[in-house]
Design a protein around this ligand. Structure first.
Ligand code: FCB
Length: 445
């Protein structure tokens, strides 16, 4: 297959790198930051592989200058980062911690000086613990607290940041956090999780007018983790399972965002766990946005399984040989299909691939190089897949690799490296992997 070329894409296409606050910043107890639910979760025995915490992570809070220069060296023209809510509003709402805002102010200036476009995500899962103590996302008040957070951040940096992402992957912050228990706050309560999905979406809709008010030229969107879903067999039961699984994984978020409310089949399936919705909520959730952020990693195969909540489906293993270090199948075609499906079913306007990347067991060789040819191939093939969707008429405006740096990979601690840049967590030394060099060459040609 020929290598993709940058010149095949529009000149104003955004080529970026992504990170999130909790995964890279460290400086957990500095300049007035309070605890988030992830700090609490990390402190609980058995939650994180190896008992890792993110108190230091990549020390990006203190090394941001070096990290921004790496982005510049790679040649990306956009950087997606998130803002730590407990740095800005340590109590979740109320008093604003100016020192916290100062950090992002410097970061954004540093990006602009280097000609890199800042893409700001408000919520990448680090809810202030103070809000979890009041019930967290199952509590409707949290949606209004988020509106306050959006206001505080956009007032301060809205003069320099044009691209705003309200939430990163509501599926993970709600279903994985409140139902599956694998992510903070580690609960196993389906009703609470589903109610959380509603409040996260509501908070997204509440924040959009605030952002538009504070940021005259704002472009606003949300980033969803979306998965093409396949049936594990040709049986009718597995086919129906595929429809239901797509319903909870994808349509549950897309349908209300694009104006048709929660999918009826899934509401019926959830029964008593369906969310409480107040009048007007659905209109707020479908407030028009400027782009849809798509985080794409893998597809899923599902089988019918009456015992499994929330929608009687079980994700099955396949025999696929090509897998990343997370055991996720490498399936670039899924990105083409997904983008085409979004265009066909939702007409979301411009789409931005806000995350795509892979973890592999990278090792420094004796010369100190990291020859991550699997990652190079992963990224190259996904850029091709993206290009194919664009040729088919999908309006894609940008592509962000996850991630700039190896970082704190949630429940997996530091055991899963996703960076184009290797981080030695003992010394904090950064080393460009071959994938960073490949991306850089691609961007320069
Ligand atoms: C996504 C998350 C991101 C990172 C990647 C690997 O689900 O948004 O923070 O953990 O997966």
């Amino acid at each position: 297959m020929p290598n993709p070329r940058r010149s095949q894409f529009p000149a104003d296409f955004r080529w970026g790198l992504s990170t999130s606050a909790f995964q890279v910043e460290g400086a957990a107890n500095v300049d007035g930051r309070a605890a988030s639910i992830w700090d609490t979760f990390c402190a609980e025995p058995g939650r994180i592989r190896g008992g890792a915490t993110a108190t230091q992570a990549c020390e990006h809070y203190d090394r941001s200058d070096e990290d921004l220069s790496l982005i510049k060296t790679i040649g990306a023209n956009a950087y997606r980062f998130s803002v730590s809510w407990p740095r800005i509003l340590p109590n979740g709402r109320g008093t604003v911690n100016v020192a916290g805002l100062d950090f992002y102010d410097r970061l954004i200036d540093g990006l602009i000086e280097r000609g890199i476009d800042p893409w700001l995500t408000l919520y990448h899962w680090d809810l202030p613990q103070a809000l979890q103590d009041k019930g967290g996302w199952p509590n409707r008040d949290t949606a209004f607290a988020f509106e306050e957070f959006a206001d505080a951040v956009s007032r301060r940096v809205g003069d320099r940041v044009r691209n705003w992402i309200t939430h990163n992957e509501p599926w993970c912050s709600t279903i994985k956090g409140y139902f599956e228990g694998e992510f903070a706050p580690g609960l196993k309560d389906l009703g609470a999780a589903i109610q959380s999905t509603h409040h996260v979406l509501l908070s997204h809709g509440l924040a959009i007018p605030v952002l538009r008010q504070n940021v005259p030229q704002a472009l606003c969107g949300i980033a969803l983790s979306l998965h093409p879903i396949f049936a594990a067999s040709e049986s009718e039961a597995d086919h129906a399972a595929m429809v239901r699984h797509d319903g909870i994984r994808n349509r549950w978020f897309l349908d209300p965002l694009y104006g048709s409310g929660y999918p009826e089949d899934i509401l019926a399936e959830l029964g008593a766990s369906a969310p409480t919705i107040q009048s007007g909520d659905i209109d707020i959730i479908s407030t028009p946005t400027d782009f849809l952020g798509v985080n794409y990693y893998f597809r899923e195969f599902v089988a019918d399984d009456a015992k499994e909540l929330p929608v009687r489906t079980r994700v099955t293993e396949t025999a696929a040989a090509d897998r990343t270090g997370f055991n996720w199948e490498v399936y670039p075609e899924g990105l083409t299909d997904l983008l085409q499906r979004l265009e066909r079913d939702y007409r979301p306007g411009p789409i931005v691939v806000t995350e795509n990347g892979a973890t592999y067991p990278d090792e420094l060789d004796p010369e100190g190089a990291i020859k991550d040819s699997d990652r190079v191939s992963f990224i190259r093939r996904h850029i091709d897949a993206l290009h194919l969707a664009m040729k088919g008429g999908v309006d894609v405006k940008g592509y962000f690799v996850w991630s700039l740096l190896d970082n704190f990979e949630w429940a997996e601690g530091y055991s899963k490296r996703f960076g184009l840049v290797h981080v030695d967590f003992q010394t904090q030394k950064r080393t460009m992997k071959d994938s960073a060099k490949w991306y850089s060459e691609f961007l320069r040609n």
